[in-house]
Ligand binder design. Structure first.
Ligand code: G3P
Length: 220
């Protein structure tokens, strides 16, 4: 499973990239606004830090302007994946950008029907928002299950399932069980994945027993 980091905070990205666990980054207009920085500048810096796909979202809603924005974003760096919303104009733009050889991440997916349209439009990634579905009392992971099952029936579908709107490690674990290709994680969720109280307890016990030996690996 590939891990992308869902943030435009360059300090967080640098810190987590150093773990070797980060395969890409996703941003969206809200995350860019939160960064307080100029869009093109922060995307360019992220692309220089993380060699994998970096999603940068168009903000127009009509095809012609989306396409112009997408082509401008794609020129920032070779690893830019242009994000478009799952709308008729968004998928029309997806088809055109894919035809340019540009990676496209189709975002704001909330149904299997939408995911089928995105795959047929040549998307590199589809972003189903599991957390926002859970937030309104529907089964976000059920959407992942449906999309993976449908995509697995069609070898010519080249679209990767990029699980988005992740709220906690269970979203990652269950999506991985289903064979989703990518999960984009808020930095806090990646950090949560390391933690288990029995690991902490076991390490403390090992070190306490080791200290009793009076030995030092480097000192002897
Ligand atoms: O960036 C796309 C998606 O991950 C946003 O998630 O937390 O705003 O529902 P969220």
């Amino acid at each position: 499973m590939k891990f992308f980091i869902d943030t435009a905070d360059i300090a967080e990205i640098r810190e987590l990239a150093a773990t070797g666990l980060v395969d890409g980054v996703t941003t969206n207009p809200s995350l860019i606004a939160k960064s307080g920085r100029k869009f093109v500048d922060v995307v360019r810096e992220i692309c220089a830090v993380v060699p994998g796909p970096v999603s940068a979202e168009v903000t127009a809603t009509d095809h012609a302007t989306m396409l112009a924005e997408g082509r401008k974003l794609a020129k920032i760096a070779p690893n830019v994946a242009v994000k478009v919303p799952l709308t008729p104009d968004g998928l029309k733009t997806c088809r055109a950008l894919a035809g340019d050889g540009t990676m496209v991440n189709v975002t704001l997916c909330f149904s299997p029907a939408q995911a089928i349209l995105a795959a047929k439009s040549g998307a590199k990634f589809i972003s189903p928002f599991v957390g926002r579905l859970d937030d309104v009392g529907t089964d976000g992971l059920g959407l992942i299950r449906d999309i993976v099952q449908i995509y697995n029936q069609y070898p010519d579908f080249m679209t990767e399932v990029l699980v988005a709107s992740v709220r906690h490690p269970i979203h990652v674990i269950e999506s991985a069980k289903m064979g989703a290709h990518v999960a984009t994680l808020p930095p806090s969720v990646l950090r949560q994945m390391y933690s288990h109280p029995l690991t902490d307890k076991g390490l403390a016990a090992f070190l306490a027993d080791w200290q009793k030996t009076g030995q030092s690996i480097l000192g002897t």
